[in-house]
Design a binder for this molecule. Structure first.
Ligand code: FES
Length: 580
């Protein structure tokens, strides 16, 4: 029995001190599920299924799972589904980002601990795809990412609606009294009407496109709508591809390389994609020891055109992007800027992929590189004494009139303070002021929520103000828009300069110079620093995951991963260990 191939059920045995007994016991328990002896000899493709009743974006996963299983069987493998944590963006408190690393640990450890030869990762909603990519990168077992696909749009009167840029747009109108309570209630039922992820180029869609660009998803699959029959075919093809990788293993560490990460950054910039993706890509790359610097992001941004006209930066939706040619069309336009020798889960190089003629491309939605929507990338990193380690601005979704501006700071020292005062009629604020939110970064009590899209104070929105400069260490939903400076590092809860800003201070923003400066002299800043106290509960007074998170979470420029999860030179914990 000891010369059984170390694949399938024979991998990574439970340790009873007797290897033959371990495999005997495992087989007998697996037999209880009705598998024949013949089936139990097959290699196994695990299917990490993040279906959950708390994740409406994944509600079609039961049907998609059957398609994946069909593909695995076609490829001669045994499909075995296993559950992992799921992160439904709008159901988690204080914010889903806090649990991304937990899901990545769950995914990594279950891939490594259970007997599988390859894995299909079924995810989609914002944090699930980065969590799965992080876990798979660390486990380093052949893996195929299969995303949920975007929702379809709906209608409200003559308007097309799609979660969740339109959620914010109509909520803003309601706050400005342009939409009645009755109408906003009607709209509530029309924003998210099918299975799938948000219908715009938000975080979920951006990460789906990044997964495809990295090579971790099958070519052409990122943008297929969740309810389209092609999504099921993508599921089948993903299962088949994973089964094929068993005889020809390609590990995530061969796919996610410095070159493919740089390609992903180019694509992020060309999409006008989500600011969150900078954090997630940094975290995924960090699992393999690949640095992602904001200075490099700026250098790439200067030479990468914005090509995709989707909300929130543009006007259309993911289903339009799919029909317009999807990622294949974007990659072809970017071809001269990309590293073409990267490989995907198919083993094919990006260069080979782009040799194949795509057919029709709708250039109203995916511009030619020679006629871009914007000559420079959708994101820019800002530096200065207010953000020594950087901050992010999504310039593609911001008001250019606010790019070169000095303003008076109006400071809110927490989310609670913001909620209590933002609509106070006595709040002293004008449209020319800069709204500043403190204590909303990764180490804060709020866990870096998507609160950087500070609401325009009602007294201003009712007069027609649509955008203001807003500055914080928080994140912003990929579906949001505005002149919003995010991810300031180091954050205020860690004693970063943002903690020292006071109402009335002057702040200078220059997108052209990529700078954000607090115009307060150094001596005054030192006085404020000496009086500063961290306003957070220290880790030793917390317990459980909250304590682990508070102790280990890194700053935004490091991807908000846990330090101990990042790549370690000589690390010996990969899935390769299970083959021994
Ligand atoms: Fe799931 Fe937007 S809420 S992708």
């Amino acid at each position: 029995m000891t010369d059984q191939p170390k694949q399938g059920l024979a991998r990574g045995l439970t340790n009873y001190g007797d290897r033959d007994f371990s495999i005997y016991l495992r087989r007998s328990f697996a037999s209880s599920m009705g598998y024949s002896q013949e089936v139990l000899k097959k290699p196994i493709v695990g299917i990490a299924n993040s279906f959950s009743g708390f994740n409406s974006c994944h509600r079609h996963f039961p049907e998609l799972l059957e398609a994946v299983k069909r593909g695995v069987l076609l490829g001669g493998g045994l499909p075995v589904e296993f559950p992992t944590i799921s992160l439904g963006e709008v159901y988690l408190s204080p914010t889903s980002l806090k649990f991304r690393n937990l899901m990545s640990m769950d995914t990594e450890e279950m891939i490594r601990a259970q007997p599988m030869d390859a894995v299909v990762l079924m995810g989609g909603c914002d944090k699930t795809v980065p969590a799965q990519l992080m876990g798979a990168a660390s486990a380093d077992l052949p893996a195929v990412q299969l995303v949920a696909g975007p929702m379809m749009t709906s209608r409200h009167g003559e308007e097309r609606l799609g979660a969740c840029t339109d959620c914010r747009r109509f909520w803003g109108k309601y706050r400005a009294k342009e939409v009645s309570a009755q109408e906003i209630n009607q709209i509530e039922g029309r924003l998210a009407t099918t299975a799938g992820t948000c219908a715009v180029m938000g975080t979920a869609s951006t990460m789906a496109c990044i997964a495809e660009t990295l090579g971790m998803s099958l070519p052409g699959t990122a943008a297929i709508p969740a309810v389209h029959a092609d999504r099921l075919r993508a599921g089948e093809a993903s299962g088949l591809a994973a089964a094929r990788m068993i005889s020809n293993p390609i590990r995530p560490s061969q796919i996610i390389t410095a070159k493919s990460v740089e390609n992903a950054m180019r694509v992020l910039l060309a999409l006008g994609g989500s600011t969150n993706a900078v954090i997630h890509l940094t975290a995924v790359a960090g699992r393999l020891g690949i640095p992602v610097s904001l200075e490099r992001l700026n250098a790439l941004s200067d030479t990468t055109p914005v090509l995709v006209n989707l909300k929130p930066a543009g006007s259309d939706y993911m289903e339009d992007f799919f029909h317009a040619g999807g990622m294949g069309a974007v990659l072809r336009e970017l071809k001269p800027l990309l590293h073409l020798d990267t490989i995907s889960v198919t083993g094919e190089t990006l260069g080979d992929r782009l040799e194949v003629d795509l057919g029709y491309v709708d250039h109203r939605i995916i511009s030619r590189a020679s006629e871009p929507l914007e000559p420079q990338g959708g994101l820019v990193a800002l530096f200065g004494n207010l953000a020594p380690r950087g901050a992010i601005l999504k310039r593609a979704a911001a008001d250019k009139n606010l790019f070169e501006k000095e303003g008076r700071a109006v400071v809110f020292n927490s989310l609670e303070d913001l909620a209590n005062r933002v609509d106070d009629p006595d709040l002293e604020i004008t449209a020319d002021d800069f709204m500043v939110l403190q204590n909303a970064g990764p180490k804060s009590a709020s866990g870096m929520p998507e609160a950087g899209y500070l609401p325009i104070p009602k007294k201003l929105s009712e007069t027609g103000v649509k955008d203001m400069v807003r500055i914080s260490d928080a994140r912003m939903s990929g579906t949001a828009f505005g002149t919003i400076v995010l991810h300031i590092a180091p954050e205020s809860a860690a004693g970063g300069p943002l903690a020292l800003v006071r109402t009335g201070d002057r702040i200078c923003l220059s997108v052209k110079e990529k700078r954000i400066e607090l115009l307060v002299d150094d001596a005054e800043l030192e006085r404020r620093r000496a009086a500063w106290k961290p306003g957070i509960v220290p880790p030793e007074e917390r317990r459980g995951y909250d304590r682990l998170y508070a102790t280990e979470v890194l700053q935004a420029d490091e991807g908000c991963d846990f330090g101990f999860l990042q790549s370690v030179v000589g690390h010996a914990g990969s899935a390769k260990e299970a083959e021994k």
